[in-house]
Design a protein around this ligand. Structure first.
Ligand SMILES: [Zn+2]
Length: 166
């Protein structure tokens, strides 16, 4: 079964990689993505058909308000946060496999209560799969990340760490 990802603003700001076309967010999130780079990625995702902006039926917002009035999370959540969680309730109601991508602790806490799976971009390291290697400043020889020395065995120059995408 395909998984639908519901993306918080932090997913874009922290660099979540959109691998499939099953990515959803709510209109209110748009205003939260202010920095230039995240904005570019956000707009490109919409243009590529990888991101759908989906509004939420009011009954799911009511359902959420009932849940959080009991848990005490109501005050910690912003309007867009609530809308995003309500979207998760709505998609779950369609019997789809969902996962919410958010680094916001208040959102994660409510999702835990409702029983909806989530991941953070930073906390769970899902920012694409990266690895590190060491590279020589001088001759550019590459060493594995666990190479125990800080200088090059060929030319003696310093090694620097470089992030590589797998
Ligand atoms: Zn070298």
């Amino acid at each position: 079964m395909e998984t639908y990802y519901i993306l918080d603003a932090s997913a874009f700001i922290n660099g979540f990689q959109l691998e499939t076309k099953n990515n959803l967010t709510v209109p209110e999130i748009t205003a939260e993505i202010k920095d230039f780079e995240s904005r570019l990625k956000f707009d490109a995702a919409i243009e590529d058909g990888k991101l759908v902006i989906q509004d939420v039926e009011s009954k799911y917002i009511k359902e959420l308000n009932q849940i959080i009035s009991k848990s005490g999370d109501s005050l910690r959540l912003s309007g867009p946060d609530k809308k995003l969680i309500a979207l998760a309730l709505m998609i779950k109601d369609e019997n789809k496999n969902i996962k919410v991508i958010s680094d916001d602790y208040s959102i994660q806490n409510v999702l835990k209560i409702i029983g909806i799976p989530y991941s953070g971009v930073i906390t769970d390291g899902i920012k694409g799969v990266y690895n590190w290697k060491k590279v020589c400043e001088g001759c550019k020889k590459e060493y594995p990340d666990d190479y125990p020395f800080d200088d090059c065995e060929i030319c003696g120059s310093n090694l620097f760490k470089k992030r590589i995408k797998l």
